[in-house]
Design a protein around this ligand. Structure first.
Ligand code: C5P
Length: 226
């Protein structure tokens, strides 16, 4: 929408898992479907934002009216995110792999005669959200992180917001019995400097719409640019 409440706002959204290759046919991954991130990108665009969606490997269709940048690994996602700066709002929904195999074998790793399993050495991936929050010259005006937890959700999430340096943090419980990770619905806490809100369980589209409304409120109250 040309004249929606978010027209003029540049948004960057990360979504999906990352795949971290072990060899040409194997990778480490996680259960993220990308649904929440895609829904947020669409909700922001529906309010008029100019949206770049940096997506790990997912099976979702490319949303209309959004710049979609596909990537596979955390390092590729980091590079695309940094290329997409500057922006006004960054929403880091992606379930970026925390670690990757130290080396990617150039050929398929073979079983050996003694059937011993290969040792996997992992090294940490860059933390894209933390890097955005600490960016010296192009920190987005509003940075929203996500926290997927399986226990003590609120305490972990509040600590994470401060540790990462993001403005808002959306926390959810991804314990298997919730059916949230990879599912259609979400139940979140929104943690801001003003406190914690507990949102009822709703569809990922509805979470996205509510969050986009909150971003619109922030955008309309922003201080004038110098
Ligand atoms: O530390 P943790 O992975 O729980 O933090 C989750 C938040 O940080 C999410 O917003 C996720 O998109 C972001 N993140 C990231 N890069 C990483 C790890 C997490 O952007 N390497």
């Amino acid at each position: 929408r040309e004249n929606g409440p978010l027209s003029g706002l540049r948004a960057l959204v990360t979504a999906g898992p990352t795949h971290e290759p072990l060899d040409p046919v194997r990778y480490l991954a996680n259960r993220s479907s990308g649904r929440q991130g895609y829904a947020i990108a669409q909700a922001l665009a529906a309010l008029g934002a100019d949206v770049t969606l940096v997506s790990g490997p997912v099976t979702l269709a490319a949303p209309a009216a959004i710049r979609l940048v596909r990537c596979e690994t955390a390092q590729e996602m980091q590079a695309h995110v940094m290329q997409a700066l500057p922006c006004d709002v960054a929403v880091c929904t992606a379930a970026v792999a925390d670690w990757r195999p130290e080396t990617e074998a150039s050929q398929k790793i073979k079983k050996t005669a003694d059937m011993r399993a290969p040792a996997l050495t992992l090294v940490p991936n860059p933390d894209i959200l933390a890097q955005l929050c600490g960016h010296a010259t192009a920190r987005p005006g509003l940075v929203i992180g996500f926290a997927a937890e399986t226990e003590t959700v609120e305490a972990h999430a509040q600590a994470k917001r401060l540790r990462k340096g993001c403005d808002w943090l959306v926390a959810n419980d991804v314990s298997p019995q919730t059916g949230i990770m990879g599912g259609e619905e979400n139940e979140v806490l929104l943690i801001t400097p003003d406190g914690t809100e507990t949102w009822p369980r709703m569809s990922k589209q509805e979470v996205a719409a509510q969050l986009a409304e909150r971003v619109a409120r922030w955008w309309s109250a922003r201080p004038a640019r110098p």
